[in-house]
Design a binder for this molecule. Structure first.
Ligand code: PLP
Length: 437
């Protein structure tokens, strides 16, 4: 029997009730609602370093890090100082600013892109990259993988049609069939499916978009050489290879997932999308790539794309400060802390007799409560969600805030020090036993 070491979330529950009266489901992004694990979502009052404090005064070690962005932990003093300084000069001008140029230069120096355009969310980044790919190639079909999430772009909220290389069905009400009729959804890590799709539709395919390493079905690393194979297949058919690094960018490693495969193997995507870490906790994202492709974008070229708050000076200042502070030492620390947590999680689950597999790419990892390796969405879907819910709540009761869904990456930061990691290690045996019941 687990003895909770935190106060009942009385104020969170009261706020949730008020929130539900004015906001669908009480939250502004679905997974925050705890629907997959049950219970009361915690309303957060403040955060510092590796710790979140909820409105009932409970403190939790944060293993979500705002779903990736907070690589340096919360309220990092230097990021905070840069942001406060920028705020004093005004918050949005609707005219170009120096931080935009500096952040673009920083990204171009780190990632294999020649030009970048800023937007305010990862969704906008992927939506715009696809429009640009279609505008550049004059083709209309987009290929994506089941289980890869690219934001809530209509044409990408698609589920696989029956059989390989058939066009997709809308994955949600509200998306008309015409919006997904040009989307092909394939199983991840499946070269034969990709070859078949390109053999049948190659001359109509504008681009293939993939998470550089999927994190949105839990972490499912690309099999060795898979991204290179995708890049080469696209090139052979005159399609663009769009690598979505919204989650992995400047997170999986200093150079993102590309630093773990493309940089080593010597290939580059045609277009990339970024978000999360590059916004330093503010709404900023970007897409970028080959100069000849990016120059098709307005005002240089004919493909329209715009945004009132794109390249916002506060967001770009936060992103710039974050990327400049994200040194090799930061990634080494996050990687080592992640290794400690994932090894301990696996050990405790083994001791408790819970089937599981831990999968990682760079500093990102997931714990799947299922047998055997997870290489695609069908494998991920076998995860024992009830066991995860029990695991999640036992961790929460022991001051650790995990993603409230079994299909997510766990994120650490450079602020996860020995005390924070030890809190996680102390919680894990309780959670593993809860998952076993
Ligand atoms: N692409 C990937 C790989 C993501 O993980 C996400 C969000 O989690 C998005 C795109 C969408 O980004 P946003 O939530 O900022 O719209």
């Amino acid at each position: 029997m687990t003895v909770p070491s935190i106060a009942d979330p009385v104020r969170s529950a009261a706020l949730f009730e008020r929130a539900r009266a004015v906001t669908p489901g009480g939250v502004n992004s679905p997974v925050r609602a705890f629907n997959a694990v049950g219970g009361t979502p915690r309303f957060i009052r403040s955060a510092q370093g590796a710790w979140l404090t909820d409105v009932d005064g409970n403190e939790y070690v944060d293993l979500i890090c705002s779903w990736g962005p907070m690589l340096l932990g919360h309220a990092h003093p230097e990021v905070q100082a840069a942001v406060l300084d920028a705020v004093r000069r005004g918050t949005s001008y609707g005219a170009p600013t120096e931080p935009e140029v500096e952040l673009a230069e920083e990204i171009v120096a780190r990632a294999p892109v020649e030009r970048v355009r800023f937007v305010s969310s990862g969704t906008e980044a992927t939506m715009s990259a696809i429009r640009l790919a279609r505008g550049f190639t004059g083709r209309d079909v987009v290929v994506k993988f089941a289980g890869c999430y690219h934001g809530h772009v209509d044409s990408l909220l698609a589920s696989a049609g029956s059989g390989l290389a058939t066009f997709a069905l809308p994955g949600t009400p509200g998306v008309p069939e015409s919006s997904t009729a040009l989307t092909l959804v394939l199983p991840y890590n499946d070269r034969t499916a990709v070859e078949t799709a390109f053999a049948e539709h190659g001359d109509r395919i504008a681009c293939l978009i993939t998470e550089a390493a999927p994190g949105n079905m839990g972490v499912v690393p690309p099999e060795p050489g898979f991204n290179r194979f995708l890049a080469e297949t696209c090139r052979a058919h005159g399609a663009l290879f769009v690598s979505d690094e919204v989650m992995t960018g400047f997170r999986a490693s200093r150079l993102g997932q590309w630093g773990l495969d493309g940089a080593v193997e010597g290939w580059r995507p045609d277009l990339m999308t970024f978000g999360k870490v590059m916004g330093g906790g503010f709404p900023a994202a970007a897409f970028g790539g080959r100069a000849d492709v990016m120059s098709r974008l307005a005002p240089e070229g004919p493909v329209y794309q715009a945004g009132t708050l794109s390249g916002n000076p506060i967001a770009t200042t936060a992103g710039l400060a974050t990327l400049r502070l994200a040194t090799d030492e930061v990634y080494a620390h996050v990687g080592a802390a992640a290794d400690t947590v994932k090894t301990a999680a696996s050990d405790e689950l083994s001791k408790a007799g819970v089937a599981h597999v831990v999968q990682a790419t760079g500093t990102m990892f997931s714990v799947f409560l299922t047998e055997g390796a997870v290489r695609d969405f069908d494998d991920a879907a076998r995860t024992d969600q009830a066991a995860y819910a029990a695991f999640f709540h036992a961790m929460l009761d022991h001051k650790v805030y995990l993603p409230p869904s079994a299909f997510e990456a766990w994120f650490l930061s450079s602020a996860h020090d020995d005390r924070a990691v030890q809190t996680v290690l102390d919680a894990l045996p309780h959670a593993a036993r809860a998952a076993a019941q």
